[in-house]
Design a protein around this ligand. Structure first.
Ligand code: SOE
Length: 387
């Protein structure tokens, strides 16, 4: 007998679609007891929200998120709206005893993130932040390889997250489509939007970040605001580079920009340890590259002229998540990272061992993001508070 998991989706943009797809496909691929029911979608533009509801199969449309968080027929509140709305919605949803799923970054700043974490924990409601890249099979395999001790003592972590869609000064800021460029809606630029992903992945793989120093740059300092039509100063960071020291003693470099011509969503990382290295590139998402210093085959040491990087096509049923999909050699896509995240969340509810990253984990990422922005302003090292 399946149990209903009644969804109230707030927001109908890019993430509203990615999450809705996950709800619709969950039971096709994962043997869980819960069955998502798309109860309501909320958006400020009624026509657009109604079109979204028709397309994805939501039963009703709301234009005020308060109607979703207080509705008796909703179990999960999913926050897919701009960053400046996460706080109010999450706090109220927790107060009404709803499970809360929230888009990244969790909040506008650490203070908000702390309160949100307190709210879900005091209410005792399951919660998760959609850091979907953890659910790329190749990245989950990197985690497995690291946990198996195959990288050994960690020395270096190197991440890049590059895009190019804001180079033109004619791109406006603000409004439904371009809120990511408006500091009042986004909180920060590439630091919260892109580096939050890199930081989440990095801390998952390599442990807490203790301190950072950073440089940010805003290349286009004024843009027309899409809502007011007025030219307004740009408050976000267009690019950010930071150095990090991890609690395990390793060094990190992180680089992100929306001004890397030709790079659309270039998300990579490499980790180097005493015993080996891993490398991942989202433009070849099904591959994990792995270098093992002491390669053993049939108990024999491999001759040095045969050593080198292995490019593992992570499509075997032994690879993370892949036993739920197709035959070896066939790939899954971006949308499956959300499906895998949802499956982990639901399995967490059913097993009683909650999945990660929850709000508390995303709070640590928020602390690093805030420390990066502060370090760039001060031109100094800033501690994150992590041990
Ligand atoms: C920004 O362009 C963006 O859509 C981010 O907001 C997402 O989190 C990232 O995964 C893709 O790029």
């Amino acid at each position: 007998m399946s149990k209903e998991l009644r969804i109230g989706m707030i927001g109908y943009g890019f993430m509203g679609r990615a999450h809705s797809n996950a709800y619709k496909r969950l039971n096709d691929f994962f043997p869980v007891e819960h069955r998502p029911v798309l109860k309501a979608v909320c958006g400020r533009n009624t026509e657009k929200a109604a079109a979204f509801a028709r397309n994805w199969g939501y039963e009703r449309v709301e234009t005020d998120w308060r109607a979703i968080v207080s509705a008796k027929d909703i179990d999960v509140v999913d926050i897919g709206t701009p960053n400046d709305t996460h706080f109010d919605i999450a706090i109220e949803a927790a107060r009404h005893g709803k499970m809360v799923l929230c888009e990244k970054p969790l909040a506008m700043n650490v203070q908000q993130a702390e309160e949100m974490t307190r709210a879900v924990e005091m209410a005792g409601v399951p919660n998760m932040v959609w850091f979907n890249y953890r659910r790329v099979p190749a990245i989950a395999l990197a985690k497995q390889i690291i946990d198996e001790g195959r990288i050994g003592k960690s020395f270096h972590y190197r991440a890049t997250y590059l895009q190019d869609w804001t180079i033109s000064p004619d791109v406006p800021q603000g409004g439904a489509a371009l809120w990511r460029l408006d500091v009042n809606a986004a909180g920060s630029g590439v630091t919260g939007d892109l580096l939050a992903h890199s930081i989440d992945t990095a801390m998952w793989l390599n442990g807490p970040i203790k301190r950072v120093t950073a440089m940010t740059k805003t290349f286009v300092t004024e843009r027309v605001h899409a809502v007011t039509g007025e030219v307004a100063p740009v408050g976000i960071d267009d690019a950010c580079m930071f150095l990090a020291e991890f609690a395990n003693g390793s060094m990190g470099t992180f680089e992100s920009t929306r001004y890397a011509r030709g790079r659309k969503n270039f998300n990579t990382f490499e980790m180097n340890g005493e015993a080996g290295s891993v490398y991942f590139d989202l433009e070849e998402p099904e591959y994990l590259q792995f270098f093992e210093y002491q390669q053993q085959q049939s108990g024999k040491k491999v001759e040095s002229h045969l050593t080198g990087w292995r490019k593992i096509h992570t499509t075997n049923s032994e690879h993370p998540y892949m036993n739920r999909y197709w035959v070896p050699g066939t790939c899954i896509g971006y949308e499956h990272t959300f499906l895998n995240a949802l499956a982990d969340f639901v399995m967490g509810i059913e097993s009683g061992s909650p999945t990660q990253p929850d709000f508390r984990s995303a709070l640590q990422t928020q602390k690093v993001c805030d420390a990066v922005i502060e370090a760039a302003k001060k031109g100094a090292w800033v501690e994150t508070g992590a041990e």
